[in-house]
Each structure stands twice: as structure tokens, then as C-alpha cells.
Design a protein around this ligand. Structure first.
Ligand code: WTA
Length: 649
């Protein structure tokens, strides 16, 4: 098995708290043996507190049903003072947000001094619109600096933001507005991506039709195109924010006050609003951002995720700004104007740390090396990946071609629920293996369970649980703590269950094998098969639907839909197009079926339960591996399914 030692140019000169393997082992032991002392030290040293905490963890996985975990419960702060004010005082002219727009020539540099003024103005404008501590705000924007200003402005007031990815449909926005009880929505007229415009304001207008809970919609003007306008409700950002004072005292919060809600898909039902709180989340994202990437004072750090996902929250906005670094925000797509965009951007800005997703790496590798090799990429030191398992081929291409064999690759495993990276190499310290997320970060105690729910010691493969709480983890599901407990803490009592499978090798390295529940990960977008199914059966022609993932060369996983039609309905490409349209309208542009198979019935047990294993095996192209099908009510269905199996062209 290939093993890559850390290049000297990466390990030399680290100023991080964990620069070596020896330091890692010590930090890991300290965090495991005395988590309270370890994390209290991290939190008090790293953040600007009004009242520093003296209490570490309160609660445990055994008592989580009665009361959510708390970290730093007696600490008081406003997280924007850690992310903005102290840097605005110490280094006002350092660039905080380095923005590259859709047009590569469109660059904005927002210093910490400017960030403080912009966020303060936005916060004052929101306060004028009536926003108070604890109230919810939906943010539905593209990748513009104002999206970060909006998040931070909410935090400045102690309000709770929920960013909704700009690809979601009006239906999806409405569901989230209702679920969190938002009173304000912040959006922009249009989004710009790869010369395409996205009518964000129009989606919000449709989402809010007939909704009475939302009083105000604050609209940032990006393109100046025509938008619908409700004079009593809609307010232009450039009018309200420009008129506001740039002095806005931060509202003091408890460490355990919610900072944001982020909706994410699970194996059942509607997406759930994962809640992260102020103190623990910021301490954890700040710590992991510095330690994993080995952040240095002069780094130009670029994470090209979207703020609509947890990666954008933790590693474009909160972790990097807490660390006072220069964080890039990228509005466009990796293939615009051509497939060299990322690497040209690296040279343009002298990017030293670059963080992206395997799906982008695979898509770009497929375009050939010349788009990469035309740039020098000399500034790069650390390359990160996140969101899905990275296949060793893509890993090697990233290492050899993008990194020129001169960078360390950090394959970071984590989830919306973990708040920050959990299993990942530490750039200056950890030798890597292509496809492995390597070792747990300090404070993370992975446990593998076998199919009899027994703990696997040493090498083996099983379901990944985490045994010990850490400050960055989600505290609850908004308005539904019972669902939070049922989803994560009842499969294995006393453990957090991740939903992922994992193999541990002889060196103790971790290899994530993908989801073991009914969640699929398409191009790093996490979606529930149940969400697809409920939308598909809402179509008149469809009687039943079974949706599973299958291996896809670029997207990681593709979506395979088995459709049982109503009597009298016939399969056709028009029907497929119609179903895609419904998915787009109900969920969003990223919810697309790759392969439809029309079947006479779904394989069910005699008690009527769909045998999803069969659907998965056929979709994965392994119909010979169906296993025991003796409990099937109608074995004939399986034959039809096998005979009609679809493959990508
Ligand atoms: C998957 C994204 C393998 C995993 C931060 C997890 C990964 C889900 C990796 C969470 C990785 C994320 N290797 N799989 N490095 N990173 N995943 O909530 O299945 O959007 O459970 O958070 O992505 O997706 P989410």
C-alpha cells in the first residue's frame, strides 16, 4: 500500500499547536484522557470571551435524551468579536475575505477593518428591520461577500441564521422558512455562476407566496436585473445597509446559544435542522482549521465550497475568520471560463492552501493535465478534500499533477453534524495513503461496530461511531430533539452513530467506505433517498418508487430510480423528463435522477417491506450478489428488475 511521507517543505516551519506526530500523539492522549481540561484550554486561548468558561462538558450520550450536551456553559461571548473585532484592532488592513467573482477579473478584497464596518452596518440594518436575539433568518444567496456579512450580522445580534444553498427550489425554501419560523429572509436579485444567472429573488417570492410569517426580505443587488417587488416587505440591501451606522455593539450570548441551523438530509423524512451553538462550534472550527491545514500567518487560504453547506460555514467563514486569516470566496464554477480556473486562480492570488471536493477533482482530471500545467501553482503547500470518499486515482492526480508531488493532501472526513473535521491528516505531521482519511483528530474517538453490534478492536470494517463528545458537534435538531436522539444515539447506546461505514487498517488508518444508511452523496450533495421517493410518488403516473445510489465515475454516486407506474400509464422519455421537472421544483436543481428503470413492482418481503438491498445490488451492477431472497413475496419481480437493469451510456 502506497504511503506518502510529508514533504519537508510542508513540515518545515510549522507554527501550529500540532506540528509533528509526537505532538499529535500527545494532543490526542490529552483530549481523550481529560477532554474538559483540553478543550477549556483550547477555547479560552483561542476565542475572545466576555466571560471565559470554567466548565467543560455537561451531559453525556447516555443522558442526551433528557438534556442536550453543553460545552463551556458558563462562558459568555459574541462570536463576531473573535472573528472580526480583535483582528480589526490588531491587523485592520489584512485581507479577511478575498472574493473572486464569476468573471475572473472581478475581485474584491475586504480587510478586517472593512469587514467590521460592513458587518456592523448590516447588523444595524437588520435590527432596524426588527431582528432580535434568538430570532431566525433564512439566507438564500450566491457566493458573494454579502452572504458572509449576512451570516456574521445575524451572529452580531445573537440571531440564528439558516443558510439555504442557492440551488434549492421554492418548495424547499418554504419548508425551511416554516420549520425554523424565520421572520426575515436575506437574498439577492440574481446569482451568477459560469455566466448563468440564477433567479434567487424570484425563488424567494414563490417560496413566500401565502406565507405570513416573514415580515421582511432584504435583497442584495448583484446584477441589477428586473425582479418582482413587494413594497411593504422587500428592502434593498444597498439602501438599508448603506444608511446604517457602522458602529454596532455585539450582543452578548451564552456559549450554548444557537449560532445557526443548517438543514441536512437523513435516511427518513424531510431534511432536519441541525443546530450548532456559539462557543463550542467556534472553538472547534478554529482549532481544526489551524491544526489540519497548518495555517500560517501569511497563508492565502481557499475553500471553494458553497456557504450553503457546512463546509462553507466552518471553513470559509467561521474557522478561518476566527483565525484571522485571508479566506477566499469563489462565486463561479471550476470549469468557467475553462477547466483551468482553479489553478489560474491559485497563481493569481498566491493561494497556499486549497480545499475542494473529490467530485471536482475527478471532473477536472477528466479534462486533461494541460489545464493544470499551464499554471505554476508554486505557492501551494496543502491540498484538502472533503465531502465524499476520494478514489485513489483522483487522489494521485491531485497529488502528482496539481500538487506536483510537493504538497501534502488532507482528506478530511466529517459531517454537518460534526461541525468540523473529525478524521483527517494533520498537514505537517501525518503521512498519507491515497483514499484514507487517516487518523482521528484530538478529541475524536472512532469506534467500529460489526453487524452484531460488537466493537471491533484493531483492524476491521464496520459502522463508524464516535465514542466521546467534542465541542463542535451538533446539539439538537431544531424543534425536534427526539428526532436528534433517535437518529444518532439509539442505534448504539452511548455512542454517536455517523451513518458511515469505515475500515481500519493495520496502521490504525481509517478508510471511509460510504454511507450505510439511505443517504446518497451525489457530487458531495447529501440527499435522502426517501426525499426522492416521496417526490416521485407525488406524480400522478407513479404508483411506487424506489431510489438508491450507484457508483458514478464523476459524481461519486449517481441516482437510480425504480418506478412502478399506475395502471394504464406507459414508460416514456417524456415521462422521465416530467419526473425530473417535479424533482427540480420540489427539491432543487441538484436533485436529478441519472437512471430510470420502469419495473412491474418493487421487491418486497411478505410483510410488505421493500428489500432495498436488491435495488442497490442491481443498480450497482452486481445482480449476482443479491444474497438471500427467500423472504420475497414475488420472486418474479426480481427477474424483471435484473433483466431490465440500466447502465450509464
Ligand atoms: C461523506 C460534509 C469520505 C460521509 C462535510 C459523510 C466523506 C457525509 C468525507 C457528510 C471524506 C464527507 N471521505 N466520505 N473525506 N467527507 N464524507 O453533512 O458519507 O454534507 O457522512 O458534510 O459526507 O456530508 P455533509
Amino acid at each position: 500500500m502506497d504511503r506518502f511521507e510529508v514533504p519537508a517543505r510542508v513540515s518545515d516551519g510549522s507554527s501550529s499547536p500540532v506540528p509533528t506526530m509526537a505532538a499529535y500523539r500527545k494532543a490526542f492522549m490529552d483530549a481523550t484522557n481529560d477532554p474538559d481540561a483540553f478543550w477549556l484550554k483550547v477555547a479560552t486561548e483561542r476565542l475572545a470571551w466576555r466571560t471565559p468558561p470554567t466548565i467543560g462538558l455537561e451531559g453525556s450520550y447516555h443522558t442526551i435524551a433528557e438534556s442536550p450536551l453543553r460545552w463551556f456553559g458558563d462562558g459568555r461571548l459574541n462570536i463576531t468579536e473573535s472573528c472580526i473585532d480583535r483582528h480589526a484592532d490588531a491587523q485592520p488592513d489584512k485581507v479577511a475575505l478575498l472574493w473572486e467573482g464569476d468573471d475572473p477579473a472581478d475581485v474584491r478584497k475586504i480587510t478586517y477593518g472593512e469587514l467590521k464596518r460592513e458587518v456592523s452596518k448590516a447588523a444595524n440594518a437588520l435590527r432596524e428591520l426588527g431582528l432580535k436575539k434568538g430570532e431566525r433568518v433564512i439566507i438564500y444567496m450566491g457566493m458573494v461577500p454579502e452572504a458572509a456579512f449576512a451570516m456574521l450580522a445575524c451572529a452580531r445580534l445573537g440571531a440564528i441564521h439558516s443558510v439555504v444553498f442557492g440551488g434549492f427550489s421554492a418548495e424547499a425554501v418554504r419548508d425551511r422558512v416554516r420549520d425554523c419560523g424565520a421572520e426575515i429572509v436575506i437574498t439577492q436579485d440574481f446569482g451568477l455562476r459560469g455566466s448563468r444567472t440564477i433567479a434567487l429573488k424570484d425563488v424567494v417570492d414563490r417560496a413566500l407566496e401565502g406565507e405570513h410569517g416573514v415580515n421582511k426580505v432584504l435583497v442584495f443587488q448583484r446584477t441589477g436585473g428586473d425582479v418582482g417587488w413587494s413594497p411593504d416587505r422587500d428592502v434593498w440591501w444597498h439602501e438599508a445597509v448603506a444608511a446604517a451606522s457602522d458602529d454596532c455593539p455585539a450582543v452578548e450570548c451564552s456559549a450554548e446559544d444557537p449560532l445557526f441551523i443548517l438543514y441536512t438530509s437523513g435516511s427518513t423524512g424531510k431534511p432536519k435542522g441541525v443546530v450548532h451553538t456559539c462557543g463550542g462550534y467556534l472553538a472547534y472550527t478554529s482549532y481544526t482549521h489551524e491544526v489540519v491545514f497548518d495555517l500560517r500567518p501569511d497563508d492565502v487560504y481557499a475553500c471553494v465550497a458553497d456557504v450553503g453547506w457546512i463546509t462553507g460555514h466552518s471553513y470559509i467563514v467561521y474557522g478561518p475568520l476566527a483565525n484571522g486569516c485571508t479566506s477566499l470566496m469563489f462565486e463561479s464554477v471550476p470549469t468557467y471560463p475553462d477547466a483551468g480556473r482553479y489553478w489560474d486562480m491559485v497563481d493569481r492570488h498566491g493561494i497556499t492552501i486549497f480545499y475542494t471536493a473529490p467530485t471536482a477533482i475527478r471532473a477536472l482530471a477528466a479534462q486533461g493535465d494541460s489545464f493544470v500545467t499551464r499554471s505554476s501553482r508554486r505557492s501551494l503547500r496543502v491540498l484538502g478534500t472533503v465531502g465524499e470518499p476520494i478514489n485513489p486515482d483522483a487522489w494521485r492526480w491531485y497529488y502528482d499533477v496539481v500538487g506536483n508531488g510537493q504538497c501534502n493532501i488532507v482528506d478530511t472526513w466529517w459531517q454537518t453534524e460534526t461541525g468540523g473535521m473529525a478524521i483527517a491528516p494533520i498537514a505537517p505531521a501525518t503521512a498519507t495513503k491515497p483514499g484514507s482519511a487517516t487518523l482521528p483528530l484530538p478529541g475524536i474517538v472512532p469506534v467500529l461496530m460489526d453487524d452484531k453490534d460488537r466493537i471491533i478492536r484493531g483492524p476491521g470494517e464496520g459502522r463508524l461511531c464516535l465514542a466521546q463528545p467534542w465541542p463542535g458537534q451538533a446539539r439538537t435538531v431544531w424543534n425536534d430533539h427526539a428526532r436528534f436522539v433517535a437518529t444518532y444515539f439509539t442505534h448504539y447506546v452511548g455512542y454517536y452513530f455517523t451513518g458511515d461505514g469505515c475500515r481500519r487498517d493495520n496502521d490504525g488508518y481509517h478508510w471511509i467506505t460510504g454511507r450505510v444508511d439511505d443517504v446518497i452523496n451525489v457530487s458531495g450533495h447529501r440527499m435522502g433517498t426517501a426525499e426522492f421517493e416521496s417526490v416521485l410518488v407525488s406524480a400522478e403516473a407513479v404508483a411506487e418508487a424506489g431510489v438508491v445510489g450507484f457508483p458514478h465515475p464523476i459524481k461519486g454516486q449517481g441516482v437510480y430510480a425504480y418506478i412502478v407506474l399506475q395502471p394504464g400509464q406507459a414508460a416514456s422519455t417524456e415521462l422521465e423528463t416530467a419526473l425530473q421537472k417535479i424533482l427540480r421544483a420540489q427539491i432543487g436543481a441538484h436533485a436529478k435522477v441519472d437512471l430510470f428503470q420502469f419495473v412491474p413492482g418493487l421487491p418486497k418481503t411478505r410483510s410488505g417491506k421493500v428489500m432495498r438491498r436488491i435495488l442497490r445490488k442491481v443498480a450497482e451492477g452486481e445482480p449476482e450478489k443479491l444474497g438471500d431472497i427467500s423472504t420475497l413475496a414475488d420472486p418474479g419481480v426480481v427477474e424483471a428488475i435484473k433483466a431490465g437493469a440500466k447502465r450509464l451510456a
